[in-house]
Ligand binder design. Structure first.
Ligand SMILES: Cc1cc2nc3c(=O)[nH]c(=O)nc-3n(C[C@H](O)[C@H](O)[C@H](O)COP(=O)(O)OP(=O)(O)OC[C@H]3O[C@@H](n4cnc5c(N)ncnc54)[C@H](O)[C@@H]3O)c2cc1C
Length: 307
């Protein structure tokens, strides 16, 4: 639901101090810091995002375990308690002007001295039948996030590239002795197959079609009808950046033209435009985004008051 945003929020007249795009851990932490300097901050919040889909976060300081939506709800309430203006709208465009930015959303244009892009990324999931039933519960795509949850379980690693061999060996070293590697649509070269055998990791070649099980995962059915039993899967999945509103801006990107390159405190190649989380190079975790949000906000504060 798009929300109309009232006057005094940079629609006309004096630019706001900062516009934050995305109410994930990164954007929310930035808002908390900025608003505790009493700056005028507008947060654009389009619900969803990767943290929202994280069902059980166990590596965020201060929470033994927390569901992504709960972390976000608490964070939003905290940011609001310090006075952030929240606009439940998707940002469509950011334009660079002389000394300020213009941000377009819900048919209006807002002005701001600084912008923090914290809009994260979205998952590109494999097209396996029933994947949604198990995603985040027993089908994982991120070893850092969920490798721990495979500890001692019957694990199937699925990958379309040789990287899956390395991942399988790593998973065996860290989490579980029962690992099978499903090479999705390719045959690993003999040295890789030999390495897997040496490590006691099963190798299957085939094309997965369907995840089996009702409440709990029981296995994977391949296109040729074979069934590979497993309790947990570490599967492939890519991400697409939520950066459409930045298209056409002269932002420096990495060698693949994908992630945004940042300088100190997360500032992009466009002065005053800071970038957090999955949009920029580096590891992507909720607590890292939050730290980056705090860092960008502190840097912006020093510029605003010219310390
Ligand atoms: C299933 C799963 C499990 C995970 N488990 C963990 C874990 O255990 N621990 C951990 O640290 N990390 C985990 N992660 C990764 C973690 O969620 C990300 O690293 C984290 O989301 C980064 O936070 P963020 O604030 O950068 O982005 P996000 O949480 O993705 O937030 C970005 C926000 O911006 C919004 N947005 C996007 N485009 C726009 C726009 N144009 N205008 C306005 N708003 C917009 C999105 O809707 C979203 O609300 C997991 C991810 C997934 C998918």
């Amino acid at each position: 639901m798009e929300q109309m945003i009232g006057p005094g929020t940079g629609v006309a007249g004096t630019p706001l101090d900062c516009i934050v795009i995305g109410a994930g851990p990164g954007g929310l932490q930035a808002c908390i810091h900025l608003c505790r300097y009493n700056f005028r901050v507008l947060l654009f919040h389009r619900p969803g995002g990767r943290t929202y889909h994280a069902k059980h976060i166990e590596n965020y300081l201060g929470h033994r375990i927390v569901a992504g939506p709960d972390l976000l709800e608490t964070g939003l309430a905290q940011a609001e308690s310090f006075g952030v203006t929240v606009a439940r709208a998707k940002v469509d465009r950011v334009e660079v002007r002389e000394g300020f930015f213009e941000v377009q959303a819900a048919g209006k244009t807002y002005k701001s001295r600084f912008v923090i892009a914290a809009s994260g990324a979205r998952e590109s999931l494999a097209p396996f039948k029933n994947l949604q039933r198990f995603f985040g519960k027993s089908y994982f795509t991120c070893m850092i996030c969920d490798g721990y949850r495979t500890t001692g379980k019957k694990l199937l690693v699925i990958d379309r590239t040789i990287n899956g061999v390395r991942l399988s060996v790593g998973m065996k070293q860290m989490f579980t002795g029962d690992v099978t590697f499903l090479a999705h649509g390719f045959s690993p070269l003999p040295p890789y197959a030999a390495l897997l055998e040496e490590e006691g990791i099963g190798l299957v070649e085939g094309r997965p079609e369907e995840l089996l099980g009702e409440d709990s995962l029981e296995g994977v059915r391949l296109a040729d009808g074979r069934v590979i039993p497993c309790e947990v899967i570490l599967g492939w999945g890519g991400i697409t950046l939520n950066d459409e509103y930045l298209e056409g801006l002269p932002l420096e990107r990495d060698a693949e033209g994908f992630k945004i390159v940042t300088r100190s405190y997360g500032e992009s190649s466009i002065p005053g435009l800071f970038v957090l989380g999955a949009l920029r190079q580096g590891h992507s975790q909720a607590i890292i985004s939050a730290g980056q949000g705090a860092e960008a906000a502190i840097e912006i504060s020093t510029r605003i008051v010219e310390l």
